[in-house]
Design a protein. Structure first.
Ligand code: B12
Lengths: 513, 215
């Protein structure tokens, strides 16, 4: 192979990017600023880096036949190297990612501060909120893709990557730089100088907290999952990393334990769990599935590691909650498509809705077995007017059963530790990457959460961001956050004697549908 | 040779009827059928069918466990009566989850299926380092060591254990599995076999020991 450059033409806008011979197509696209919203770090598993070849697609790989069928011109960018000029179309791009927008909040007025910035450093999406504390308003907000995404979609891959010092520099540098850049963008937007910001508070899971601090997070990737930051309260960090003056107050929200991060600390504050007298359950539904239970004035927390199925990763028609994703189905079975238009795939909330329909229609039994259809295949096509492009396969149900079984088992075990029954819950609060898109009724039909009266289920958009803003506003809230480090009782499900039975029992779907 | 009581045993295992399995096992003994044959052609054949269905995704983890409970109901009755001079097993397998990892459900069901297929299983548990594997390999003299891990971050621990086992006990075969593991990785660490699911785990064990088995 020569190292001549090839031209990759991107449709429909006709942009041309250069790629050197033998370079991975995904890497070439990333260099040109095209990141894919979720990824499995180039193993061909998640199927999100799909591109459509306009002519002469490269030889199809087994995984692609599985995903797209033999005759398809779709390919996974991570599996192919560029060896000729080509013309492609990218279907799911990070551009359409879901912003973590916050609706207006109360109690942000504060005499203690003037203009402050809170940053929710998500594994996938980073959101920046600027608050005018005199008026108590969010005056600007913006979200962008976490630049670490190019090194791996999930936390474990990034921790693994961080084991080499030069990789760590990249992970840390790109993260801090992206936040610094976004603060610059905001100052430019208002036409004022960065020096007007007099406080910055960052919040993230434990891995993000470590990366912000410049640490590789050694210990977070293996049992017993210890972090050195567990009892240190708010972590001071130099404002200079973010282009701010040295005297700007700059900190990261306290983490609670190696697998319960500052995002959960902030979430507890936002949901007022530490002050409630009722029994409340808080679920951050995502890859890690953190669960917090407030009961009888005490707090318990755990992490259940559901896997990425709720984000649509690894499921045959799965895609993140972006434009074109089916996010749910109506009572009649019509799809709700994000952004309208043709459906391109199904996102996590769409799957929950689909599984709930399959149970109700008797297409699937409570063990998760799909009734055999005419082709002797265990598959279900949720759309009537499509030629089978979007489907639910038996393997998808199995992956979902693992994810939902883990969450539901976590809930059962927390309740049993607190000595209450799931039906004694006064409220279940769902937050997380699709927290407010989810259909509460469907989550109960599939048995993800306990069967409760519908009005007891609430959703909360970006609890972590909200909590960070509250901590920024009031010293009292910061004290609450610090107190959580010793107040929350941690339940470790790894090695928990009841976990296996609870997990297995919850893999089944509830019977009475 | 198809014997009705063995077929009934197998069917009762597949259909999760523990009480019937126990009853049929007792009946087989009373009627003078060799217990090792009832285990192999009845119980093991039933679990083999369950494994087939699992691999075809027609059933899932809970079914394996429920069927295995039915299988053990019969196994416990037959095991103690195995005819003298006949060994109750086809070989010894040491199984465990590698250091740094607590995920043990996959390991647990692999163990059940191997036991059902007639191997003697020594379960070391989870979060185990090189020393524990070497120590047990010395005492138990297994033909196979089966390693499991579910996390990408603990795969290097699997590599290390495999290497040390091969160095210390060249005659022992190592088979590996768990969600992030694949054949490429298995080859790169010089493991002798990789199994994607419980069914392949059983086939792997037969293959490594050179036992002919139609499935
Ligand atoms: C259940 C679960 C847990 C339980 C584990 C309980 C237990 N006792 O095992 C709990 C909740 C405790 C847990 C915790 C964590 N988990 Co977890 N967990 C899962 C989950 C949901 C299912 C795993 C499972 O049991 N599968 C069912 C079994 C039957 O399948 P299996 O193990 O793959 O086994 C099959 C095959 O692989 C094969 N096989 C297995 N072993 C062997 C061995 C041989 C020799 C052979 C031949 C075959 C074979 O046969 C089996 C059947 O066919 C997965 C996600 C997912 N959806 O898969 C995450 C997952 C494995 N967990 C993960 C993580 C990161 C964690 C945590 C570190 C997260 C955290 N920050 O809290 C913790 C720490 C765990 C610990 N303390 O060690 C990650 C791993 C990611 C990675 N790339 O490394 C996953 C993939 C989720 C994710 N984030 O994507 N988890």
């Amino acid at each position: 192979m020569s190292d001549a450059n090839h031209r990759v033409i991107l449709h429909p806008d006709g942009r041309v990017i250069d790629a050197s011979s033998g370079e991975s197509l995904k890497a070439a696209l990333a260099r040109a600023g095209y990141f894919f919203p979720q990824n499995c770090s180039g193993k061909g598993q998640c199927g999100h880096c799909r591109v459509l070849f306009h002519q002469h697609p490269p030889r199809i790989k087994p995984r692609e036949i599985e995903l797209f069928g033999q005759g398809s011109s779709l390919r996974l960018a991570c599996l192919h190297r560029v060896s000729t000029d080509c013309e492609i179309e990218i279907s799911v791009l990070a551009e359409g990612f879901k912003e973590k927008r916050l609706s207006p909040m109360n109690s942000l007025k504060s005499a203690q501060r003037w203009l402050g910035v809170a940053v929710d450093v998500g594994t996938t999406i980073i959101a920046v909120y600027v608050v005018d504390f005199l008026r108590g308003e969010i005056i600007h907000q913006l979200s962008f893709l976490n630049p670490q995404h190019q090194f791996g979609g999930d936390v474990m891959t990034r921790l693994e990557h961080a084991k080499s010092p030069s990789n760590l520099d990249q992970l840390v540098g790109s993260l801090r730089r992206s936040i610094s850049d976004s603060i610059q963008v905001i100052s430019d937007h208002f036409g004022f100088d960065r020096s007007v910001f007099n406080s910055l508070l960052l919040v993230g899971n434990t891995a993000m907290t470590h990366f912000l601090m410049g640490s590789a997070g050694a210990g977070l990737e293996k049992a017993p999952f210890k972090s050195p930051f567990e009892d240190l309260g708010f972590l001071d960090i130099s404002p200079e990393y973010f282009g701010l003056d040295a005297e700007v107050e700059c900190a990261i929200c306290p983490i609670i334990r190696g697998f319960i991060g500052g995002d959960i600390t902030a979430g507890i504050i936002a949901a007022d769990l530490d002050r409630c007298i009722q029994n409340k359950l808080f679920i951050d539904l995502g890859t890690n599935g953190e669960i917090v239970l407030a009961a009888q004035g005490e707090l318990w927390a755990t992490s259940t590691a559901a896997g990425p199925a709720f984000e649509g990763v690894g499921l045959q028609s799965g895609m993140p909650a972006l434009k074109g994703a089916i996010e749910g189905f109506s009572e009649q079975g019509l799809p709700y498509v994000i952004g309208g238009g043709e459906p391109r795939g199904i996102c996590g909330s769409g799957y929950i809705s689909a599984f709930s329909r399959m149970l109700k229609l008797g297409i699937m039994d409570e063990t998760g077995l799909i009734e055999k259809n005419k082709q002797a295949c265990r598959e279900w096509y949720p759309l009537l007017d499509q030629n089978g492009a979007i489907k639910v396969a038996q393997a998808d149900v199995r992956k979902f059963q693992l994810a939902k079984g883990a969450i539901a088992a976590g809930i059962d075990i927390l309740c049993s530790e607190a000595d209450i029954k799931p039906i004694e819950l006064d409220e279940v609060m769902i937050t997380g990457s699709f927290g407010n898109r989810i259909d509460p009724a469907a989550t109960m039909v599939v048995g993800l959460i306990p069967n409760l009266p519908l009005e007891k289920i609430v959703t909360l958009d970006n609890a972590a961001g909200r909590g960070a803003l509250l901590c920024l506003a009031e010293v009292e809230n910061r004290k609450r956050a610090v107190a959580l480090q010793s107040k929350v009782k941690i339940v470790n499900l790894g090695g928990h004697p009841e976990f296996q039975d609870a997990f297995i029992a919850n893999m089944y779907f509830p019977k009475s549908n | 040779m198809e014997i009705k009581i063995y077929q009934d045993l197998a069917r009762a295992v597949v259909e999760m009827r523990a009480v019937d399995v126990a009853r049929l096992a007792q009946q087989a003994l009373d009627e003078g059928y060799p217990p090792e044959e009832a285990i192999e052609l009845g119980l093991a054949a039933g679990m083999n069918e369950v494994g087939k269905r699992f691999a075809a995704q027609e059933c899932f983890v809970p079914e394996i466990l429920v069927c295995s409970r039915a299988m053990y109901a019969g196994f416990n009755i037959l095991k103690s009566k195995v005819t003298e001079g006949k060994t109750a097993h086809k070989g010894t397998i040491l199984i465990g989850v590698v250091e740094g990892d607590f995920h043990d459900i996959g390991k647990n069901i692999v163990k059940i299926m191997l036991e059902a297929a007639g191997f003697r299983l020594v379960d070391l548990g989870k979060n185990l380092g090189v020393a524990q594997f070497l120590e047990s390999a010395k005492h138990e003299k297994p033909q196979i060591v089966a390693l499991s891990t579910l996390m990408t971050t603990t795969m290097d621990s699997m590599a290390e254990i495999t290497q040390q086992l091969h160095a210390g006990f060249p005659e022992i075969k190592v088979m590996v599995g768990g969600a992030p593991v694949n054949w490429d990785f298995a080859r790169s660490i010089k493991a002798d076999f990789y199994g994607e699911n419980v069914r392949l785990a059983v086939q792997g064990a037969y293959q490594l020991l050179g036992i002919d088995h139609e499935s």
